[in-house]
Design a protein around this ligand. Structure first.
Ligand code: GDP
Ligand code: GDP
Length: 438
């Protein structure tokens, strides 16, 4: 299964990034059910064009107040895009020639070797402006002309975007590796943990940086299993991007999650589960990834014989929608239980890929229905004709029913629990699609 490609939009303030973003996302956004406790910044959107599904991220959106800040902010944006995107759309104000800031960003993008599409926005009536040829100086190829306001040229641009996907995806086809990422707020200990793992005696890092598509990913082996550590953009080389801006850390987490199989959600033991943690965990949940909750800095907690249970209960309450995720208490500082993380990754990754035969599945569901009959409304009772597992990673089940309206969330939750009792889905979300038939 190939992952969803990521497209990033970068550009100076006021060139029309948000307008463009809303144009593309507005029409084709697929609203994912909201996870309780997760407020969604509109920093990314699920998009679709010509049967290609991709995620678009808007790296802009923070109000700068001086030209120094603008430039610093643009460097941050460009760095995020370079670190995480498969295709970068570099948006310029087509009403004018390029500026010094555009030139600087163009240079960063150019040396990144990522596919970049140079796009002149605000070409509201199709014509090549006089300064069109100036833009060739940026060294990013032919500028594309669009008007986000009038929705001109967007189709041609998206055609170019999806052409770039094929190469990007082809490079990531080797599938025997488990892709893991550490996500969490700044200072929770992500880089310490990554370095600790890489430094483990039994971990063999095949340092072939530069040969993989993303030099920021680290392939390694542990107990004969191959892993790819997806760097949440620059963890290992402590990137300069301003992590204190929450939007940026969410963006980075999101793009790492999209590329991973297993997400380690890191919580600071001293701080407990914060709102930002919930947001980050929600990304993994909504993306349907295998997850392990990692409470780090456990060495700093004073413990007695109740601490473990009490702490576990608190985490479970705060991250109630992730009750499937194992919790590990670790210390990147002392190395306590760090090796177990990799064993857990293998374990949850197997569960994430678990497939149940249709026969067994329907037996279990029939048993569950016999035990606790389906809901009814105004004399009409929910009938579940048949169920089948449509896919893995995450395990996704299709239920064919007589009336969708009757398939209440609470009953679906009950069925999910019955499945979980019978099969080992620890560490993975389960998705149900209810389809009405007849
Ligand atoms: P951002 O700061 O890059 O996100 O830019 P915005 O999307 O907020 O747009 C900045 C301004 O440019 C707004 O006043 C938009 O209405 C305007 N704008 C955006 N796209 C176009 C366009 O295609 N044509 C014209 N004429 N104006 C546009
Ligand atoms: P990141 O921003 O999430 O990458 O966090 P860092 O790895 O840079 O860690 C932030 C700070 O927490 C550093 O000073 C680390 O030394 C410290 N730290 C990380 N993990 C642990 C831990 O398990 N125990 C203790 N005591 N300190 C830790």
């Amino acid at each position: 299964m190939s992952r969803k490609p990521i497209v990033a939009v970068v550009g100076r303030p006021n060139v029309g990034k948000s307008t463009f973003f809303n144009r593309i996302a507005g029409k084709r956004i697929s609203i994912v059910e909201d996870t309780p406790g997760v407020t969604r910044d509109r920093v990314y959107a699920d998009c679709e064009w010509l049967n290609y599904k991709f995620t678009m991220i808007d790296t802009g959106g923070i109000e700068p107040n001086s030209s120094d800040v603008i430039l610093a902010q643009m460097r941050d944006q460009a760095q995020i895009a370079i670190d995480t995107a498969d295709v970068i759309i570099f948006l310029c104000d087509g009403k004018y020639s390029y500026t010094a800031a555009d030139e600087e960003i163009a240079q960063m993008l150019r040396i990144s070797k990522k596919p970049v599409l140079l796009v002149l926005n605000k070409i509201d009536v199709y014509h090549k402006p006089d300064h069109f040829y100036d833009y060739y100086t940026l060294g990013l190829g032919d500028p594309l002309l669009i008007s986000s306001a009038n929705a001109l040229g967007l189709g041609d641009l998206l055609d170019e975007v999806v052409k770039c996907f094929d190469d990007a995806i082809r490079d990531t086809e080797e599938e025997d590796t488990i892709k893991i990422c550490f996500i969490g707020k700044p200072n929770v200990g992500k880089s310490s943990m990554v370095n600790k793992i890489i430094g483990e005696k039994r971990v063999i890092v095949s340092d072939i940086a530069g040969t993989t598509r993303d030099a920021i990913d680290t392939p390694f082996e542990y107990k004969g299993q191959s892993f790819t550590l997806i760097d949440t953009a620059g963890i290992r080389r402590k990137s300069k991007v301003n992590e204190s801006i929450e939007k940026y850390s969410v963006l980075r987490a999101m793009t790492a999650v999209e590329r991973a199989d297993v997400c380690f959600i890191m919580i600071d033991a001293q701080e407990g589960v914060t709102d930002q943690d919930k947001k980050v965990a929600g990304l993994a949940h909504e993306a349907g990834k295998a997850a392990v909750i990692v409470v780090n800095k456990w060495d700093l907690i004073e413990k007695d014989n109740r601490t473990f249970n009490e702490y576990t209960r608190t985490v479970r309450d705060e991250l109630a929608y992730m009750s499937y995720a194992p919790i590990l208490f670790v210390s990147a500082e002392t190395g306590q239980r760090v090796e177990q993380l990799l064993d857990q990754a293998v374990y949850v990754s197997n569960n994430h890929a678990l497939r149940i035969s249709t026969g067994v599945l329907n037996d279990i569901l029939n048993e569950a229905i016999a035990l606790n009959q389906t809901p009814s409304d105004k004399g009409k009772r929910l009938k579940i004709y048949y169920a089948t597992q449509a896919s893995v990673k995450p395990p996704t089940f299709v239920l064919f029913v007589n009336d969708k309206e009757l398939a209440h969330f609470s009953y679906i939750r009950y069925l999910e629990n019955q499945l979980r009792k019978n099969f080992n889905f620890e560490g993975t979300p389960i998705v149900f699609n209810v389809r009405q038939r007849g």
